[in-house]
Ligand binder design. Structure first.
Ligand SMILES: *[C@@H]1O[C@H](CO)[C@@H](O)[C@H](O)[C@H]1NC(C)=O
Ligand SMILES: *[C@@H]1O[C@H](CO)[C@@H](O)[C@H](O)[C@H]1NC(C)=O
Length: 311
């Protein structure tokens, strides 16, 4: 009997160890370079996220039509905010915001929103980079295949759709009430596991501002935190939403988590699609123009120098 209970006790301990792996972005044993050795981890896989988006290697996909976010203006959509030990998560009323179109093969239901940010000695913290440029912050709207639970969604290669929005800063940004409201609650979230209800109306579109929802990049990747499940259809919006630097800095200053992003991962031959023909055409064109003019400059110089030598 004693042995049996000891055994059960050990099993329970092992189980809680596995369930609550203390991974982190920095400052603990299981920092990103060790994520792939965590139990059931896919972090060492071949379709990982985030990635660097290279504007010269995009494939135009005419199927990437306009996305529709239903009820994105609902002012009571955020159930509560919580500090989950890694970031701030906005838990949404489930089943209200639905995303369709945009070349997605299913409807997806928004589940939560969370943020990735940098350090408090100014250091940007977006996860995706564009031309190797890291933006100050990145907002992730996480949506599950309609009617599925998170557990079910994690078993399907397209079970989760994440919509990523870059946040840029400026000193001159207009007063964005939604971000003032959101960040005013960070002081109530300094403890891991704490949560707070929002009293003021706050919709997802208030947080996203006027980002053009027709301009985006699409690729297949993973969750960016352990176990890095390779189940995500990514949509990364091209335009940024600008908010005041002071508000962006409140995240690392108040929450003490810093640089909450994972380094970019190898593409391993994955295509990255774009919804905009004009982007690819004009960038490609500009690139070759530049090469041409540089080339002609060199030939003019060679011609000039040979003339000088002849003279
Ligand atoms: C997509 O959205 C843009 C801008 O809102 C609009 O001009 C265009 O007509 C839309 N296209 C379709 C196919 O709905
Ligand atoms: C948030 O924290 C402040 C200061 O500690 C407190 O006055 C306020 O009541 C809290 N708000 C909520 C909604 O818990």
């Amino acid at each position: 009997m004693f042995f049996k209970w000891t055994f059960v006790f050990i099993l329970l301990c092992l189980n809680s160890l596995v369930a609550d792996q203390p991974w982190c972005h920095s400052g603990c044993e299981a920092s990103p370079s060790f994520w792939s050795s965590l139990p059931d981890s896919q972090c060492g896989g071949v379709r990982q996220s985030p990635i660097n988006i290279n504007p010269n290697h995009l494939t135009f996909d005419p199927g990437l039509q306009n996305l529709t976010f239903r009820n994105i203006d609902d002012p009571n959509i955020i159930k509560y905010l919580s500090n989950n030990g890694h970031t701030v998560s906005c838990v949404l009323e489930y089943g209200i915001v639905e995303v369709i179109g945009g070349g997605l093969s299913h409807a997806y239901t928004a589940d939560s929103i969370h943020f990735h940010w940098g350090g408090n000695i100014w250091h940007p913290g977006s996860e995706h980079t564009v031309e190797s440029v890291r933006y100050p912050m990145e907002v992730h709207l996480v949506a599950l295949k309609e009617g599925w639970t998170m557990e079910q969604a994690k078993t399907d290669p397209e079970g989760i759709a994440v919509f990523a929005f870059f946040i840029d800063v400026s000193y001159s940004s207009m007063y964005v009430e939604a971000w003032h409201t959101l960040t005013s609650y960070l002081l109530n979230l300094t403890m891991k596991g704490s949560s707070v209800y929002i009293v003021q109306p706050l919709s997802i579109s208030d947080l996203l501002g006027s980002v053009d929802l027709t301009k985006y990049y699409r690729y297949h990747g993973s969750l960016t935190t352990p176990a890095c499940e390779e189940v995500v259809v990514w949509t990364v919006f091209k335009e940024t939403n600008k908010i005041r630097r002071k508000l962006v800095e409140r995240f690392p200053l108040t929450l003490k988590y810093r640089n909450t992003y994972r380094m970019v991962q190898k593409l391993n031959g994955r295509p990255v699609y774009t919804s905009q023909r004009v982007l690819v055409a004009s960038e490609g064109h500009a690139g070759s123009d530049y090469a041409f003019s540089r080339g002609s400059l060199v030939s003019i110089l060679i011609a000039l120098s040979s003339m000088l030598i002849l003279v």
